[in-house]
Every structure is written in structure tokens, then in C-alpha cells.
Design a binder for this molecule. Structure first.
Ligand SMILES: [Zn+2]
Length: 223
């Protein structure tokens, strides 16, 4: 279903925003938090502190939702951290397109395997039409867990959108709710390898020590 509609913002524009703000690092040698190695690294945090960037991306998301008329939601839900920021901007722009009073709800992490919601905000999910937004899609797990929570509260999850897809959505958490589709404003599939198969290790390229697991090791060693 997601193939039927094209986002108005271009893939290159989204990637440029990520690259310009240091949220997408290419042509390096990184040890990802999963332990796998890659030549690229995505960390959306730098763009979360840039209101103009988030506004532009939230506008693009809202524009897409508006044009896909069958999914006009009551509430935009975003999982911590980036999704919660993006939910605000998406709802803000969507209000300017639609007559309804669209709300934004951020979910908080609860352990590693679930999200929670402020009791005061449940009213914006129960019996409402929900669209979930998130920053970076790797396996789709966060979106799946967010959808699970909304569903349990009594919300109808219409679909989800992410800024950047860097892996195939394969998380089992996505499977419970059908039909389900995920829009990606941009796609940048990250090649990654097991350490023993990593061509960069084989070529002796020094591993980045500022990001991912490389940074965690550096911090531990400096203590
Ligand atoms: Zn390597």
C-alpha cells in the first residue's frame, strides 16, 4: 500500500538534511550498537535539536498524510525519543491542512520491550484514529511496540511513517496488527556485516571511536 503514494519531499533532500547535521555519517568504519560493522552510521539526535529541520520533515509527513485521504488521523503518536518530537511537528502542520483538532502524543520507554503513555493523554488514543511516526526505521520494532500499546488502549492504528528507512521492517512486533503499512520519506539501506566478514576490518581501516559501540568502548576505557 505504501507504494501507491509518493512523498513530496525528495529522498535526496532528506538525506542532505541528515548529512548536513551530522545525523548520517558515510564512508567510515563503525561498530553499530548491534555489534555488526558498517561503513555508515545513523544517529538522528542532531536533527532533533533543530526546529526548522523537524518542521520541514514534519510538514512533509503531514502533506503525505493529507494526500492519503483514507488515513486522516485524530492523533499522531510518536515513540521516545525522535518520534515524540516528530509527532508534535506533524500534528502542527496537519492542523493547518485539516479542520479537525489533531493531537500529538509522545510515548515513553518502559524497559526495553514496551512503551508507556501518560494517563492524561490516553483520551487521545482510546477510540481514536492513530498514525504513528518515528525518526529512523531499522527493524520496525519501536513502531510495532507503539502500535501494540495504542491497540491495547483502544485506538485504531491506521499506519506509520518514518523519516529514514535504513533496514527492512522485520520485527515480529509489527505482525500483530493488519493491515499495516509504513511510509518512508527517504531510504538509505545501511550495508552491515559480522565483524569477521567486515571488508573494512580486512583492509585495516581504523574503527570510528566517536559513535556506536566504538564510542562506548572509548568511554569505558577512559573511566
Ligand atoms: Zn569492521
Amino acid at each position: 500500500m505504501s507504494g501507491e503514494i509518493t512523498a513530496k519531499i525528495t529522498n535526496n533532500r532528506v538525506l542532505k538534511l541528515f548529512c548536513d547535521h551530522g545525523a548520517l555519517l558515510k564512508n567510515g568504519h563503525f561498530c553499530l550498537t548491534s555489534g555488526r560493522h558498517s561503513s555508515a552510521y545513523v544517529n538522528p539526535d542532531p536533527i532533533l535539536s533543530e526546529p526548522e529541520v523537524l518542521s520541514e520533515l514534519g510538514f512533509a509527513m503531514a502533506q503525505w498524510i493529507r494526500d492519503a485521504k483514507f488515513i486522516m488521523p485524530d492523533t499522531i503518536v510518536g515513540p521516545e525519543t525522535g518520534g515524540a518530537y516528530l509527532a508534535q511537528w506533524t500534528a502542527w502542520h496537519l492542523r493547518s491542512f485539516a479542520s479537525g483538532n489533531i493531537h500529538a502524543v509522545g510515548l515513553h520507554k518502559k524497559g526495553k520491550k514496551s512503551f508507556t503513555i501518560s494517563p492524561a493523554l490516553e483520551q487521545h488514543v482510546r477510540g481514536k484514529r492513530i498514525f504513528i511516526v518515528d525518526d529512523v526505521l531499522t527493524s520496525g520494532r519501536s513502531i510495532g511496540l507503539a502500535a501494540d500499546l495504542c491497540h491495547k488502549i483502544g485506538g485504531e492504528v491506521l499506519g506509520a511513517g518514518c523519516l529514514l528507512k535504513r533496514g527492512e521492517p522485520r520485527a515480529p512486533e509489527l505482525g500483530f496488527y493488519k493491515p499495516f503499512f509504513i511510509l518512508s520519506l527517504a531510504v538509505f539501506m545501511l550495508p552491515d556485516w559480522r565483524k569477521k566478514d567486515c571488508p573494512l576490518c580486512k583492509d585495516g581501516v581504523p574503527e570510528n571511536t566517536q559513535y556506536g559501540h566504538g564510542a562506548m568502548r572509548t568511554q569505558k576505557n577512559s573511566r
